[in-house]
Design a protein around this ligand. Structure first.
Ligand SMILES: [Zn+2]
Length: 375
């Protein structure tokens, strides 16, 4: 490969990862297998696609050039030497698989799997190995991306390992994962690891400016709620963030009411909202509790991630619940989100959560709690 410059136009943030890849590229010291790891929705896939495109580009100047034959084939998703492997059920319809592939290329920040528990099967890796066994197309570079690589079955992982042990010439692998701890150590040790980090509020605001028509103040508001993930910000762009936050506070209030009232609140929530919205409400509660905690600690004013639209409510909460155990409450809300994601019954999850939140205020008796309810 010619030593040349790589450009990462259109990738938000991730300066360290980009610099690292650009340097390896410029020095012609590329690893056969990369592992891009880090949180969801921060640009691992977008960067991997840009990297793949630069690798197959034929320009001797900046790559990808956008004008050579390979760049054009790449944009048309018909480059024979770039392959994207992603988890899907064996029974998935070919048209669905193609639609997802289209989304992966056209909207890497938004892409998400439509299937409940997809995996990368041994068949997938076997057919890849067969193709790699054949001589590469005209002695050109090949790039294979593995999305959500941690969702590879054990058999598939072992088959891939065999390939990585004797990597075919001119072939580069990029594994992408938000859960690298679920990958086999043997895979990790054969990969050059590249860490991706949470995006800043500014970077997410810039992302929202590109992908949405939202006004500046809304973009900033959503960016603060997005917890460092552009994907999450884009999902929130379609939601009413303020309303979610109010529903979160309502849920917290309900925790300090009596048992029948708590049960009633849970029943109503579950009737009104599907699992996805319930998860959003809990995410919003998580955010609210963090804000309240920051405020109590006297932090936050210089924390751009903290939203203080409802500073009065936060302060009232801190005054009335002076011994509230934030760490425990936050851990419990986190666990509840996890359980909803795992398809545990929402009714059960929310009932258990309210009971726990109630116990997070250690020193108040129940009459006192009722008095303080006027949060
Ligand atoms: Zn090119």
């Amino acid at each position: 490969m010619n030593a040349t410059e790589i450009t990462f136009d259109g990738i938000f943030g991730q300066e360290t990862a980009k610099r690292f890849l650009a340097q390896a590229f410029r020095q012609g010291r590329l690893a056969h297998c990369y592992l891009f790891f880090g949180p969801e929705g921060v640009g691992k896939l977008a960067t991997a696609l840009a990297f793949a495109r630069a690798l197959v580009c034929q320009s001797e100047q900046q790559r990808p050039c956008g004008t050579c034959r390979n760049c054009k084939l790449f944009v048309a998703r018909s480059h024979p030497n770039v392959q994207v492997i992603f988890p899907h059920p064996k029974s998935a319809k070919e048209s669905d698989v193609q639609a997802v592939l289209e989304e992966i290329f056209s909207q890497p920040y938004i892409w998400h799997s439509p299937w409940a528990s997809p995996s990368i099967s041994i068949d997938e890796v076997r057919s890849l190995r067969r193709e790699l066994g054949l001589s590469s197309q005209g002695g050109e570079i090949r790039v294979i991306l593995f999305l959500d690589a941690h969702l590879m079955t054990a058999e598939a992982t072992n088959a891939l390992l065999k390939t990585l042990e004797e990597p075919p010439e001119l072939t580069y692998f990029v594994l992408i994962s938000s859960s690298p701890d679920q990958l086999l150590p043997t895979i990790l040790s054969r990969s050059q690891q590249v860490r991706f980090s949470f995006l800043s509020v500014q970077e997410i605001t810039a992302g929202l400016a590109r992908f949405t028509d939202l006004p500046e103040d809304r973009r900033r508001q959503i960016a603060r709620f997005a917890q460092g993930s552009l994907r999450r910000a884009l999902a929130l762009a379609g939601e009413n963030v303020q309303q979610l936050r109010e529903q979160a506070v309502e849920l917290l209030r309900a925790a300090f009411r009596n048992a029948p009232q708590r049960a009633m609140h849970v029943t109503q929530l579950v009737q009104q909202h599907d699992r996805r919205v319930l998860m959003e409400i809990l995410e919003s509660l998580l955010h609210w509790l963090r804000d309240a905690h920051y405020l109590r600690l006297g932090l936050g004013d210089d924390q751009p991630s903290v939203g203080y639209e409802d500073r009065e409510t936060l302060q009232r909460f801190n005054e009335r619940f002076a011994d509230f155990d934030f760490d425990s409450a936050i851990a419990e809300v986190d666990l509840s989100i996890h359980m909803l994601r795992r398809y545990v019954q929402p009714n059960l999850v929310l009932s258990v959560l309210l009971n726990h939140l109630r116990r997070c205020e250690k020193h108040a008796n129940s009459t006192e709690k009722l008095r303080r309810m006027a949060l």
